[in-house]
Write a protein that binds this ligand. Structure first.
Ligand SMILES: Cc1cc2nc3c(=O)[nH]c(=O)nc-3n(C[C@H](O)[C@H](O)[C@H](O)COP(=O)(O)OP(=O)(O)OC[C@H]3O[C@@H](n4cnc5c(N)ncnc54)[C@H](O)[C@@H]3O)c2cc1C
Length: 404
């Protein structure tokens, strides 16, 4: 294969570039944003399965230098009573531990790794159109330039232009039923919280999570059910106004959440949780394929979006390496990835719906509380997944059931 164009230099796109390059393909990444290093603010937890996928790309070590590890989780109810405490993920090894880090930090580190390996990345290249023929695919960018290759990988996120090109009737991302607030503060005096622990609070009005970094900075998020924030609210609300809006939701509970938010200054933001519906088309005429959020964006409740994107990258590259021809490879990639990615979408949507205060049963719910509130099936790093991700193991390219 002569050339693969990866559209989007975020988590999925950079990981795909690393994986495809490792598999011996010629790859170029096209990223819409200029190289600004701009920090969009949000943090994420990268789960053990995501770290496993990065290890297959020889990229776990640079990422493990960022942020801080998280090895335990505790769950509190609205009265501040501990419902559960448990180890999180594959905590025994430093390279498979959950990590908490800023999303922009992760993206920038992966872009650096792409550049370090000599893979071209063009910034300021916003895809506008895709044209496929029997022999090639052409990407046309908003600035009028174009590029041609054998395969185009759409890794351009939730609002994917590639997805719209592949299927003009594809559903747009929809509001998942919660707004998400994020913040960072160094002014919350920790109450003995260990730096490797995430605390999830099943509050009466919000699902809240927080971590205290080794440097004493508290990272927190709150997912609040209700009507979506309007475009005007999203652009015209100050951090102090967001804080004033969130505090009354948290104050009725006897947990540290209101105190943490009250101690947060300007580093506080809010967004709507959006997701796609399962069933979108992932590839078309044999020369365009979707990965990451472009294919299967889930609401944030399971905390698996980045890890799923990293898994996609490994499996797509292995499929192109091991299958007989591009069309067979894309079928193989989809067969192995769709059930797992869509299960994550479904679980995340269910968790999002069940976190509404009316339906939350914080004291009566004795099911094991999951991670990042959390979604089990997607987080299990089982033997089958390990084989699927393992770079040295050939991908089963024939028919038959795909692993969940
Ligand atoms: C509130 C919130 C909390 C989250 N928390 C977590 C968490 O804790 N753990 C976790 O694993 N995941 C989390 N996620 C999800 C995670 O951030 C995404 O799943 C992940 O970023 C998907 O990676 P991606 O590369 O597919 O998309 P993105 O990271 O969005 O990257 C897409 C890239 O494509 C570029 N692009 C867009 N359009 C074009 C175009 N037309 N042409 C060229 N380039 C383009 C963009 O600039 C961007 O760089 C969260 C998401 C949200 C919204």
């Amino acid at each position: 294969m002569a050339g693969i164009m990866v559209i989007g230099g975020g988590i999925a796109g950079t990981a795909a570039a690393l994986a495809l390059h490792k598999a011996g393909f010629e790859v170029t990444v096209y990223e819409a944003h200029p190289r600004t290093g701009e920090d969009i603010g949000a943090f994420l937890t990268l789960a053990s399965n995501g770290m496993r996928a990065l290890a297959q790309l020889d990229a776990a070590e640079p990422i493990a230098e960022l942020g801080f590890p998280v090895t335990r989780m505790s769950v509190l109810d609205e009265a501040g009573a501990q419902l559960a405490a448990m180890p999180l993920g594959e905590h025994d090894h430093p390279l498979t531990r959950y990590r908490c880090l800023r999303r922009a930090e992760l993206g920038a580190a992966l872009q650096r790794e792409v550049e370090r390996r000599g893979i071209p990345i063009r910034h300021g290249a916003r895809l506008a159109a895709v044209t496929e023929s029997a022999t090639e695919v052409t990407a046309t960018f908003a600035d009028g330039s174009s590029a041609t290759g054998d395969l185009l990988v759409g890794a351009d996120g939730l609002h994917s232009a590639v997805r719209s090109q592949l299927d003009p009737a594809a559903s747009a991302p929809a509001y998942a039923g919660q707004s998400v607030f994020y913040g960072y503060t160094t002014d919350y005096p920790p109450r003995g919280e260990a730096p490797d622990r995430i605390t999830m609070v099943r509050g009466s009005g919000a699902a809240f999570g927080y971590l205290v970094s080794p440097a004493g900075e508290t990272f927190w998020f709150a997912r609040v059910p209700g009507a979506p924030l309007t475009a005007r609210e999203l652009t015209g609300t100050t951090p102090a106004q967001w804080r004033d809006r969130l505090l009354p939701v948290l104050r009725p509970d006897r947990t540290p959440t209101a105190e943490i938010v009250a101690a947060t200054g300007d580093r506080l933001m809010a967004t709507n949780a959006l997701h796609l519906s399962p069933g979108a088309r992932w590839h078309g005429g044999g020369r365009t394929v979707l990965i990451g959020d472009a294919a299967h964006a889930a609401s944030p409740a399971t905390g698996q979006g980045a890890s799923m994107a990293l898994e996609d990258a490994v499996v797509l590259a292995k499929a192109l390496r091991d299958a007989d021809g591009t069309a067979a490879a894309l079928e193989c990639y989809e067969r192995h990835r769709r059930p797992r990615a869509e299960q994550n979408m479904t679980v995340s949507a269910q968790l999002t719906a069940s976190r509404s205060p009316e339906r939350a049963t914080p004291s009566g719910d004795d099911a094991p509380p999951p991670a990042r509130d959390s979604a089990r099936p997607a987080q299990r790093v089982d033997e089958e997944l390990l084989r699927l991700l393992d770079w040295e193991t050939e991908l089963p390219v024939g028919g038959g059931p795909a692993p969940q």
